[in-house]
Ligand binder design. Structure first.
Ligand code: PAZ
Length: 313
């Protein structure tokens, strides 16, 4: 029997996926956001993906496979893109790190507030500045239509939403960008071979066969949004193979750059791999507040500007 081609694998993945909940609502928000940012003073629009996708093991999901991603990269990058004048569609894993909340404690609600009496609650003086900045920056970004947040949980939701966004952004052409920082599952249980109810325990070890998630980057580049500027990420734990893997991904998926990072040093440095060579981007270690995304987004925005200019000439 001949094996399926890449396009067929992609179609079969979507045909067998459970329907995306609230699709109409998502589309309405997305189209409204794109419309606002494409009329009048046109803004560049970037889709930032963030956090990890889950792989459900049961249709009425009790158990799932997850990954390490905290969403920190996506949240920090989003803040920097907004600062650089972009409108951001933030496609993020529910419950992961949010833009403008990085300097708040893990449990902000309980740690930042104090109850004075039965009716009044106020922010602890030690957190006033951080809370004020988080609330003001987030509200301004949303009110000015610079930030649209769309949550996902499963690999099925993520890929269906990415396709919706890419298709909706098609007409924005070179002024649109995909910055794919989410950690997307490589393996999954196909919906139609998944048990409906909770897997029963008590009958010995569990054997699960995982299928490979079809690679969507090629189709994003060739069909969904061929004119968009596209940045993908490559994570490895073995630094020796990282650059080689990133270089291969660059050639295979024809993205404009691959950001290569190693798990343990990902907050300190990344390498931007592209046809114009490899650039190491580091956090400014002499500035305690500095994060690698400050320098990374500056470089990516610069590259995007060149891409837009070249597309118009
Ligand atoms: O989400 P986080 O800040 O904890 O980590 C960021 C990251 C390592 C998930 C991201 O930089 C990345 O490499 N994403 C792609 C991972 C992959 O190769 O699938």
């Amino acid at each position: 029997m001949s094996s399926m081609g890449e396009d067929e694998e992609v179609s079969s993945f979507f045909e067998s996926s459970p329907p995306l909940k609230k699709m109409e609502d998502i589309l309405e928000k997305l189209n409204g956001f794109i419309e606002l940012n494409s009329s009048g003073e046109k803004r560049r629009i970037v889709c930032v993906t963030s956090g990890g996708t889950t792989v459900p093991l049961e249709q009425r999901c009790v158990r799932y496979i997850d990954n390490f991603s905290s969403g920190n990269r996506g949240a920090a990058s989003t803040e920097n893109f907004v600062k650089a004048g972009y409108a951001v569609v933030f496609l993020y894993r529910s419950g992961t790190c949010q833009p403008y909340c990085r300097s708040l404690p893990d449990d902000p609600f309980l740690e930042c507030f104090q109850s004075l009496d039965n009716t009044n609650i106020q922010v602890h003086s030690s957190h006033v500045e951080a809370v004020k900045m988080a609330v003001m920056d987030q509200q301004a970004a949303v009110a000015e239509a610079r930030l649209l947040k769309l949550p996902f949980t499963t690999i099925y939701e993520y890929l269906q939403m990415l396709r919706l966004i890419a298709t909706a952004l098609k007409d924005v052409g070179p002024c649109s960008m995909f910055y794919l920082a989410a950690a997307v599952s490589d393996f999954y249980v196909p919906w139609n071979s998944m048990t409906e109810h909770k897997i029963e325990s008590g009958s010995g070890p569990l054997d699960i066969r995982l299928a490979q998630v079809p690679k969507m980057l090629s189709i994003l580049r060739t069909t969904w949004a061929p004119k968009a500027f596209c940045i993908s990420f490559k994570l490895e734990t073995d630094a020796k193979i990282l650059i080689d893997k990133a270089t291969k991904a660059l050639g295979k998926y024809k993205v404009h750059a691959v950001v290569a990072n190693e798990l343990s040093t990902r907050k300190e440095e990344v390498v931007v791999v592209s046809s114009s060579g490899n650039v190491v981007v580091r956090r400014d270690s002499d500035k305690p507040e500095s994060i690698v995304e400050d320098n990374l987004i500056r470089l990516i925005v610069d590259r995007h500007s060149t891409y837009i200019k070249e597309s118009h000439s």
